[in-house]
Design a protein around this ligand. Sequence first.
Ligand SMILES: [Ca+2]
Ligand SMILES: [Ca+2]
Ligand SMILES: [Ca+2]
Length: 475
Amino acid sequence: MAAAAAAVLLAGALTAVARDDGDRPADRVAAPAAPPPASTTAPPAPPPPPPASGPLLSYVVNTAPGAEGVRLGAQAVEAQGGEVVVSWPQVGVVVAHSAVVGFAARVRGEEGVQSAGATRTAAVVPKVDSAPEATPTEPGLPAEGTAPDLVAIGADRLPPGAGSRDVLVAVLDSGVEDTHPDLAPAFDAEASAGCTDAGRLDRDRAAWLPTSSDHGTHVAGTIAAADDGQGVVGVAPGVRLSSVKVVDEAGLIYPEYAVCGYLWAAESGADVSNASLYVDPWQYWCPGDPDQAAAVEAVQRAVRFATAAGVLSVAAAGNDSTDLAAKTSDSTSPNDTVPVTRPITSACVDLPAELDGVVTVAATQDDGTKARFSNWGLGVVDVAAPGVDVWSTTLGGSWGTKSGTSMAAPHVAGVAALLASRLPDAPPAELARLLEQQATDTPCRPLAGQPCAGTDADNAYAGEGVVDALAAATG
Ligand SMILES: [Ca+2]
Ligand SMILES: [Ca+2]
Ligand SMILES: [Ca+2]
């Protein structure tokens, strides 16, 4: 999701970060040394050298869940010259900042630390938000309810009241315009929060409103824009929406933002979450690298916690025309500093799309053909949905089109919300099973250079098929 320009901005800001050296172990030996006792023959031991310092980076430190686990984690962080930003005892994850070079390796040796790793390669910069810019409505807005993406999944034929007010969908994205006339009726401010201030939870409205990006507002409209005779209608009008802002001003989603976002989705009582994003700065997070492994573990714990709390997690498969089941190379990571080309295997994962318990969504055109940009992968893609030229809500009370698996995933989140409306007691695993079982089988129509493995019923392009809103609403 990150833009190349963002990496330049961050790199330029390295020197702007104030460092606090006050808690460094080295500083605590700075008191004047007493003269050596006269009877001693050996010279006094020199003080240990201060740790080398570099850019202020962010880390996740994984511990046993619970108060004692994160207390040990915090103790480890402070002992090695770091500062605790936020602790999540429910999953045993401590987020820390440190400028000590080799901080993660030092912390890994401390009591109670299960794994630890840097979540980024660029320095932490203070959070700054710009003002949102409204764009006028694009020409050609179709009559409400007639858009081809809705027709393709049967969402144009729903019975009245198919979406229940009791169902909440958390939009993990760049913020949602709560005042948009097509979103205001569905919007739940109490259930909204921001996570982009270094991964801290912030429930102020300013923390979850969109700033420079209309992405989250567009995603929200596809899920639940109002059936009110104007603009667009979502897949599940009538359900509630929350904004869980996890995309920062540079367009980046760091692991600590995602951890905060999934935990808040759980705490706020969401039934479904939508993540039309991938976690930065690694496009694919490789378990052989201890930093990347620790971040995968932290986000997986947050997703698992959300699932246990009753949240079905939906995520976009990504737009890199890549077979996620046969990865060979990553040339775009880390995208917060200078990307390098590295050979990888399919053990390296797209976050959160490839985590356990996440419904992974590929994009189709309205006729069911896979969109060329959409990632695919047998055993990775679970279902598919329309993701080309999708009309939805944009900033300033406007409407416009966007394409991407980012647009496909909220169709699936909407269908899941219809299922949850009809089956309020169904746990996430049951919602996922029904999404797949009711999906319309979508045989491979192979695109040049994109081999499609599998059967008509379950294949690399569409997984179990294109989701079916009408079946979800009517059983
Ligand atoms: Ca509408
Ligand atoms: Ca999956
Ligand atoms: Ca199928």
